[in-house]
Design a protein. Structure first.
Length: 197
């Protein structure tokens, strides 16, 4: 793996895996289709439909982050990612094709043995070899064989706003004032409001 951009994804994520490779390829396809580079501020908006490893690569490659307010997580459980360029008013979406993960299903028993610590050295070595083969296959496969790629209706949320914080009347922790709830005449954070409810 000589691609410096992929190495940055691995460094951010902590290890290399097929999921990270999927996110890396998805991000590359999206940025290429839009003809854009990494977002320095809020020029781009990324939407991820999974909380899997691939989402970390989307952040690294697009520059979209929770902190900038241009990284949106929708818990749909799909290996699908969208990228919007605010300036162009265009959005592309990629969704992993079902057969891409078939190899993982074929080796599910081996994967579970390794993850549970019950694999012997031979099984562990086989697992590592298979993982590396999957990663290389994902990194080198034609884009259309990995993803359904489509231009979709633009998703352009309002830009992030800076909101004041105030202490919760119950726990005292600073909370964005637009997220404080009124409970029995007291301004409380969501966790404290849920405890009372």
């Amino acid at each position: 793996m000589t691609d410096e951009a992929f190495k940055k994804c691995v460094e951010f994520h902590g290890h290399t895996c097929p999921g990270l490779a999927i996110g890396f390829r998805g991000a590359r396809i999206l940025t290429d289709r839009l003809g854009v580079r990494k977002s320095a501020d809020e020029e781009l908006v990324a939407v991820v439909e999974t909380d899997a490893c691939s989402s970390d690569a989307i952040q690294v490659m697009t520059g979209c982050t929770f902190g900038k307010g241009n990284f949106v997580f929708k818990n749909y459980g799909k290996h699908a990612f969208s990228l919007t360029d605010r300036k162009q008013g265009r959005t592309f979406r990629v969704c992993l094709r079902p057969d891409v993960l078939n190899a993982l299903r074929d080796h599910r028993v081996l994967i579970e043995k390794v993850r549970s610590g019950q694999a012997n050295q031979e099984e562990t070595d086989r697992y590592r070899t298979l993982q590396q083969q999957r990663i290389e296959s994902i990194l080198n496969a034609p884009a259309e064989s990995l993803f359904k790629i489509e231009e979709v209706s633009p998703f352009i949320p309002s830009e992030a706003k800076v909101v004041e914080s105030a202490p919760c009347d119950s726990c005292g922790e600073l909370t964005k004032i637009d997220l404080l709830c009124e409970v029995d005449g007291r301004k409380t954070c969501i966790p404290c409001a849920q405890k009372r409810g």
